[in-house]
Each structure stands twice: as C-alpha cells, then as structure tokens.
Design a protein around this ligand. Structure first.
Ligand SMILES: Nc1ncnc2c1ncn2[C@@H]1O[C@H](COP(=O)(O)OP(=O)(O)OP(=O)(O)O)[C@@H](O)[C@H]1O
Ligand SMILES: [Mg+2]
Length: 293
C-alpha cells in the first residue's frame, strides 16, 4: 500500500488525513516571493508583518531564505539559534523563535544557504509539526522566500494559501516572475497569485508592469494573477535599513509605509470576506511534504 493509500485508509477509519498531515490552523499563510532576487521581498515581508502586528494580529514571520540580506540582518538582530538547529533536532520552534518589532514572532533562517537549499522530507515534517504548535497562537504567518525556482522556494510557496509575487519595473523581473508562475502552476498546481509592484515611480508605472506580466500569464498560462498594489521607490526604505529598523515602524508616514499599510488593510478585508467560505487554510499540506522527496 502506498503512502497516499495508507493515509486514505486512516482517514476512513476515524482520523482525518487533514489532522494527520495538515495542521488545522485558522492562521492565514502568505508567501512573499519573486522570480528575480533583490526586488524587495524581505523588506515587504517584514514590514507587512509589522503592519499586521499593529493591526492587532498575532504574526509569525518565517525567514525561509538563508541569503545574505535576511531578516535578522535587516533588523540588526543576531539570533543564537535558527532553523538549522531545529532541523538538527537540537532546538524546538519556541526555542529558536524571537520577538520582533510590534511583537511579531520571527523564526530565523538556517545559517547557510546550503542548509535551506535542499530540505529533506524529514526536515519538512519537523517544520510542519513544530508550526502546528503555534496554530492557536497566530493569526497570520508570513514566509519570506528566496528568489527563483529552486525546490524549496516551490515548497514554501505551495505551503501558503496566498502568494504575493513581488515584481519591479526591471524587465528581467518580469521574465523571471513569469517563469516562477509558470513552474508553480504547471509543476505544482498553484493557480492563484497576487502581484505587488515594488520600487516603482507611481501608480501608473506599477499598473503597467502588472499588466505586462498578467498579459503574458493570461495569454499563455491557466492562472489568475491579481493586482495587490504597489510600493514606490522610497528613500525611507534604504534609510530604515541603515538604521536596521523597519520603514513602517520608523517612517510610518512615508509614502512606502502608507502604500504598504493600504495593502495590509486590503489583505485583511479580503480575508474577512472569504475566510468563512474557504474554511481552514491549507498549511504545509501533505502533498507539499511528499512532492519532491
Ligand atoms: N520600495 C523601495 N524603495 C527603495 N529601495 C527599496 C525598496 N524596496 C527594496 N529596496 C531596496 O532593494 C534592496 C533589496 O531589498 P530586499 O533585500 O528586501 O530584496 P529581496 O527581494 O528580499 O532580495 P533577495 O532576493 O536577495 O532576498 C534593498 O537594499 C532595499 O533597500
Ligand atoms: Mg530577501
């Protein structure tokens, strides 16, 4: 009997597959991702997490990118432990979690790119089980992924119910986003995406880059690519990074902060409109855990 059959059988004899492999959380899981690197994912993810915290939500920010400019660097914190220790079985999730701005919980990335590049099935399960313990404690989980189309980027994106694809006006950002969406839809059955245009001049440029991407995806792929909004190129972003703080926290009235706050509001409005009908979220589902192992 294969694993799927085993699970189905268990499901038929009382326990549900969901309760075994899919933590039954009411939390909203959002992956912030991009085809091309350096488009602002980490800044968007961390500031969005902060804005949700300020809205009174309990937020978990998962750093799924062990690249150089990761969340702890952005915030000037040096966690003693990170996902690497969790995956080695040395620490539990609460032991590696740290408190961030606004009270958010941050799960720091593994220390080296290699440690996050290729998670085994066992490591993925460890993460699922540990995150399960947080179910009651969080309203929203934001995953800052690495850029590109590696297996783990796909894994974390498939794990989320909502995927925010960050794009910039750079033409390579468009082609790389297209490639990411294509692979997620054709290889991983992910069909819904939201686009956030970052580092744009204004609303006009933002919508133009969105239209270029959605024009191509609508024409060639079977996906829905919605428009979430935009954040302008803003000096406050680099100024806040120099101060190892979040722009939404230290420059709340900057244009970037106001635009992102509007996006945070919209995400939550949409959530309250649809959560009743969709029920509990998909949260590191079994298909994800099994897929590439
Ligand atoms: N709205 C913005 N205005 C000005 N600069 C920005 C903006 N968004 C991001 N940046 C700058 O772009 C750079 C990359 O940002 P960030 O690290 O968030 O991108 P990333 O997509 O997470 O990169 P990576 O793919 O390497 O993880 C940072 O130096 C940041 O200052
Ligand atoms: Mg990043």
């Amino acid at each position: 009997m294969d694993q799927a059959q085993t699970l189905r059988r268990i499901g038929n004899t009382g326990g549900s597959i969901e309760s075994i492999r899919k933590p039954n959380t009411g939390a909203k899981v959002i992956a912030v991702t991009s085809g091309k690197g350096g488009v602002g994912k980490t800044n968007i993810a961390a500031n969005l997490a902060y804005l949700f915290s300020k809205m009174g939500k309990k937020v978990l920010l998962l750093d799924a990118d062990a690249g150089l400019a990761n969340i702890d660097v952005l915030l000037g914190i040096s966690p003693h432990f990170n996902l690497y220790h969790l995956f080695r079985g040395e620490k539990t999730l609460p032991e590696i979690a740290i408190k961030g701005p606004g009270g958010m919980i941050i799960i720091p990335a593994a220390s080296g790119i290699q440690q996050m590049a290729d998670l085994s099935a066992g490591q993925k399960l460890t993460l699922v089980e540990e995150l399960d313990n947080y179910n009651e404690k969080i309203d929203v989980m934001i995953i800052d992924t690495a850029a590109g189309i590696t297996g783990n980027v796909m894994y974390f994106n498939t794990a989320a119910r909502d995927i925010i694809v960050v794009i910039s006006p750079d033409p390579t950002s468009l082609t790389d986003s297209y490639a990411l969406i294509k692979i997620l839809s054709q290889g991983y059955a992910v069909h819904h995406f939201k686009v956030l245009a970052n580092m744009v001049k204004d609303a006009g440029e933002a919508f133009e880059v969105y239209k270029r991407l959605s024009g191509a995806t609508n024409h060639f792929l079977n996906v829905s690519v919605g428009y979430l909004g935009y954040v302008t190129r803003d000096r406050c972003v680099s100024a806040s990074i120099k101060q190892q703080s979040l722009f939404a926290e230290i420059y709340p009235s900057s244009r970037a902060s106001r635009l992102l706050a509007a996006i945070a509001d919209e995400i939550w409005r949409e959530e309250s409109r649809t959560s009743g009908s969709r029920g509990m979220i998909k949260f590191f589902g079994d298909a994800v855990v099994d897929r590439d192992d």
